[in-house]
Design a protein around this ligand. Sequence first.
Ligand code: PLP
Length: 438
Amino acid sequence: MSGAPAPQRAHRFATAQVQAGFTPGSPSFGAVPPIHQTAAYEFSSLQEAADLFALRRPGIIYGRNAGPTQQVLEERLALLEGGTSAVAVASGQAAVAVTLLALAGRGGHIVAADQLYGGTVDLLQETFGDFGIPVTFVDQDDPSAWRAAITPQTRVLFAETVANPIAQVLDIRLVADIAHDAGLPLVVDSTVGTPALIRPGEHGADFVVHSATKFLSGHGTSLGGVVVDLGSFDFGALPDRWPQFTEPYARFGDLVLWERFGQGQAFAALVKSKYVHDLGPSLSPFNAWQILLGLETLDLRVARQSGSALRIARHLAEHPAVAEVHHPGLSANRWHSLAQRYLPDGGPSVFSFDLAGEEHDAQERIARFIDVLEVFRLVANIGDARSLVSHPASMTHSHLTPAQRAAAGISLSTVRLSAGLEDPEDLIADLDRALACV
Ligand code: PLP
């Protein structure tokens, strides 16, 4: 029975080694959120279990849907983004998938930016294509392309606030207005933007997703993802368009999610009770704890990384071996004025540059350059404490066609950098030494 004293002497060894010394529910008074490393949660009665399963009362049933450590992370991130609720999942990829499935998974159509991270393009054009969910890709800087792509079946517009790897800055307000004029939500992936630099909800976005693997944790130890409901989108305004929220849900005794949970909470309830429950991309308590630990220093890390990245970008822009630097903090950059508007506290620390020279031997020159770097590490990740380098055309964006890469602003000569926490002088010296080799 729940709350009963843990077995001590009366039970045999095997029973004691499983149950002794711990009473479920006892407070620990630890100053740091504890890792609740348990797969399941004990109910006080069968009635409580039945109520929880039917969504008649809030609570935790099973680790696939929720856990106390994950809830601390969800509440913290919802707060940091100025949102109303959040769902933490196993990876950024899972966060994008469950968010878009919840909005467009029932016969809906998605309009997404050409400039998305390559793994997201893989997800949308292949796996969503396999599921019969159509996606139209548009140039995020072309408002008429967004408008023209919207059909009666469209359920969501999707883009990155600061795109990986070229660091194009999304005109969030413009695209949000286009979405709202069509009665649709705007979902943004703000992984590169980070809540320390940009809060998309202040500019009209309705949902924010993050790969928590990156800046939110900041140490490169743990995968994680999160979607935050910013509480702004009213699924009740066009109820016929959103039956997943406004019609009785047979799984939960014909409960109507919109009536039971309301604006700002219904989306998270659907994501958890259906998509995370059914597909199982659950965040482990340990990874949630690691991300919480990293989150404590988010603004300090991002400020330093942002400053270092701008110094590096300015340095590279003057270097004869560099053809172009794609950093919106540079006044010559096409997205500079958008960066001033949306990123007043500092630009991204993930950005790219193109090596000078012909395309035909670009791969060879890039390899020479990357392979001699010593401080920058060749890693398929961003937002780490370590500075990272990658070659999008042969790594993260290698599955895209040359035309898709060109639409995202990536060439064979493009090198992506993620500035870490090392001394910027060492980072610049490392790049100079490698550039001298090409
Ligand atoms: N979104 C962006 C912008 C990313 O850069 C990534 C990964 O690089 C993802 C989503 C996917 O995140 P994860 O690797 O945590 O699944």
